[in-house]
Ligand binder design. Structure first.
Ligand SMILES: NC(=O)c1ccc[n+]([C@@H]2O[C@H](COP(=O)([O-])OP(=O)(O)OC[C@H]3O[C@@H](n4cnc5c(N)ncnc54)[C@H](OP(=O)(O)O)[C@@H]3O)[C@@H](O)[C@H]2O)c1
Length: 403
């Protein structure tokens, strides 16, 4: 509990932590009470110094809740937009103080005096928030300065892996690019070297074999690996009893065994240097049972639990861990998995989220719709019911002969 609290409040000045606590109180206690329990006749809300009462107050309490809920998220996750968000909201309160007091006392000296005394603290807070960007993610040092010179990206020949390599090279990191399709890796290496003036190393490797992860780790020997992206993976759509045993074995080897072995080999160097980051590409599929993607979902649960546990173990070692959990993303994944094509987020968008989230939190789900789908049912419905609902949903993505 003490470590959890320390982690919750780390890397923020006291006044920002105080705002986060206040916003949490408003979002989780006061506003729900105000919206759902406070009698309509007694309800009052003030916006820009104008008081609303009755049903108008109930209605205008909803944007109030939204302001505080977004603030909790922004402060907690160190998002830089919270500076503008908080500055605008507190400026609104400051203006409201002035308008309200002048309205109450009239355009008298008292009205102006009380109004200004009420407005100044919020105006100062607004200015402080507008100037607080340095405390938030976007102002952090580039990855290379934070973690070290080299990044290892598995599955760098397609989809999310390509975008990870591009994003890391943009941050000045030299990249080890690993996958089976060497021609693609070589093209990407040329692109990164030309565009970002970083070094690259191409490693052609099959990570679903016993030797694969060991061979990749050996190819990284002597390099200061600051970031390891355990991203290579594939899905396998269909009913378990219709699936091929050796492909199932490859699935577990690639999605579970390879990240375990690579992390085990590369982590000691990071610990020695007291800095580094390990990113696991998990999936929202790992959040619940997923019939017709049974083994894939199980491998992604493994990745999630592995990453979340490691995050805590390494918290004081200077090594950050992040499990990125994408939903449907436009890559070669669906084709490889044998799914019926469906739309998704862009790979660049998903990777960008991982880049701002690493070092801030143990897991991140890309996209609010994916977040709602993955998180809300689990909190309100029995797991067995969720499995049946997921089965119905997955049928639409599975070719009839594999259902
Ligand atoms: N796209 C989605 O909808 C989605 C959603 C949630 C999670 N994910 C996860 O995101 C990760 C990346 O997938 P993606 O969407 O980018 O799919 P992708 O476009 O199919 O890319 C998969 C990458 O993994 C590599 N790979 C596959 N088998 C390999 C093996 N045996 N050895 C070494 N490398 C191998 C592939 O390279 P080679 O074929 O050249 O070896 C490729 O570079 C996976 O872990 C996946 O589970 C994807």
């Amino acid at each position: 509990m003490r470590d959890w609290l320390r982690d919750l409040f780390r890397d923020r000045p006291i006044w920002i932590n105080a705002l986060m606590i206040f916003s949490s109180y408003m979002a989780f206690i006061y506003m729900p009470w105000d919206i759902f329990w406070k009698p309509v006749a007694e309800d009052k809300e003030v916006w820009f110094g104008i008081m609303f009462s009755g049903w108008w107050a109930k209605l205008t309490a909803i944007p109030h809740w939204f302001v505080y809920a977004a603030a909790v998220h922004g402060f907690r996750r160190h998002r830089s937009w919270i500076c503008t968000w908080g500055a605008l909201y507190t400026a609104q309160i400051s203006l409201g103080m002035l308008i309200w007091n002048i309205g109450y006392f009239g355009f008298s000296l008292t009205g102006w005096f009380v109004g200004i005394v009420g407005a100044v603290p919020f105006a100062l807070l607004s200015l402080a928030l507008a100037d607080a960007r340095d405390h938030f993610t976007d102002a952090r040092k580039p990855m290379r300065a934070r973690y070290g010179e080299w990044a290892v990206v598995t599955g760098a020949s397609a989809g999310l892996g390509v975008e990870f390599a591009r994003a890391l090279a943009r941050e000045g990191m030299s990249c080890v690019l690993a996958a089976r399709r060497e021609d693609r890796l070589t093209d990407l290496a040329e692109e990164l070297e030309k565009r970002h003036r970083v070094e690259t190393r191409v490693v052609r490797v099959d990570l679903s074999t016993i030797e694969g992860p060991e061979a990749l780790a050996a190819a990284c020997e002597g390099l200061e690996v600051g970031v390891l992206v355990n991203n290579a993976g594939f899905g396998y759509s269909g009913r378990f009893d219709k699936q091929d045993t050796s492909r199932l074995r490859d699935l577990v080897m690639l999605n579970c065994v390879a990240p375990t072995v690579l992390t085990s080999k590369i982590l000691p160097g990071m610990k020695e240097r007291e800095r580094g980051a390990i990113i696991m590409t998990g999936s929202v599929a790992g959040r619940q049972p997923l019939p017709l993607h049974t083994v894939y979902a199980a491998t992604k649960s493994f990745d999630q639990v592995f990453g979340e546990s490691l995050y805590v173990e390494l918290r004081d070692a200077g090594v950050d861990v992040l499990v990125l959990e994408p939903g449907s993303t436009e890559t070669e994944f669906q084709e490889v998995a044998g799914e019926i094509p469906h739309s998704g987020q862009s790979a660049a968008q998903v990777v960008e989220l991982a880049m701002v989230s690493v070092g801030q939190q143990p897991t991140v789900i890309s996209g609010w719709l994916n977040w709602a789908r993955a998180m809300l049912p689990a909190r309100i419905a029995p797991r067995s019911l969720i499995a049946y609902v997921a089965h119905g949903y997955m049928k639409d993505q599975t070719p009839p002969e594999m259902r």
